[in-house]
Design a protein around this ligand. Structure first.
Ligand SMILES: [Zn+2]
Length: 255
């Protein structure tokens, strides 16, 4: 009796693991609202897994197993402390489901197959790919100082990194097209090598061999920086939010 009852308890919902937590929106990066308005410590209260960017677009963050790493303009990953601040970040409690293995597949096809396999184009979900990438191209934005530039101006101030035959974890989030602006419609993926020496925001990749996991969310919690004067007083009606995000964050961007 106890055993059959235990089977019926859904461990994911019980621990709130189907909630995606987001601090800020990508839309506030467009006009350059890059103040750090939350901390890694706060983000970790809402999950042990995530991605984000630091104040002034200081590096590309990835959180795996409750530990946060930042890849800055040097391309080298470093652990960041709990008081590190960010204008935008996502986290969730990991409860990934194994999906499949894949060999020799490019990033675009891989992402398309993941959406197809899930039948989830209108759903937020996380994807985790662990394996050896025969090719991995990442970027990290160079840290900006206040007064901050717009997202489009910053898009040209980035370092690009290439690695071959690198083993690690690619972690990302898929956002439905009707949420474009609040997030990037489609995938937003970051990478960290197993030896923690390399990573960044994924621009392009070829997976040589790896395992694919996904986790579907039924709830999006968006936390806004309501006490930040820059955010409170900004007039977003003059910003071409959706176009600017497409231009700056598009996964086909190569420069
Ligand atoms: Zn990114």
């Amino acid at each position: 009796m106890t055993q059959s009852l235990a089977k019926n308890i859904h461990p994911i919902t019980e621990h709130g693991a189907n909630v995606l937590y987001q601090h800020g929106t990508l839309a506030l990066l467009v006009p350059g609202l890059l103040e750090g308005t939350t901390t890694i410590g706060e983000l970790l209260k809402h999950g042990d897994t995530g991605i984000g960017t630091g104040e002034g677009l200081d590096g590309e963050l990835i959180i795996l197993n409750g530990v946060a790493y930042k890849v800055g303009q040097s391309g080298v990953a470093e652990q960041v402390p709990d008081d590190f601040t960010m204008p935008f970040a996502n986290s969730h409690r990991a409860a990934f489901q194994y999906q499949c293995e894949r060999n020799d597949i490019g990033l675009e096809e891989l992402n398309d197959r993941i959406v197809e396999a899930n039948g989830r184009a209108n759903t937020f979900f996380s994807v985790k790919v662990h394996g050896t990438f025969s090719f991995m191209k990442t970027r990290a934005v160079i840290k900006q100082q206040a007064p901050y530039p717009t997202l489009l101006e910053v898009a040209d101030r980035q370092a690009i990194f290439l690695r071959h035959d690198v083993t690690g974890t690619m972690l990302g989030y898929f956002s439905p097209v009707m949420f474009h602006g609040a997030a990037v419609a489609g995938f937003h993926e970051h990478f960290l090598s197993d030896d923690h020496t390399f990573g960044g925001h994924v621009l392009d990749a070829v997976l040589g061999h790896g395992e694919i996991y996904s986790q579907v969310f039924d709830t999006l919690v968006t936390h806004l920086p309501v006490d930040d004067p820059g955010y409170r007083n900004h007039d977003f009606s003059q910003d071409n939010i959706a176009e600017a995000i497409t231009s700056a964050e598009g996964d086909t961007r190569t420069d």
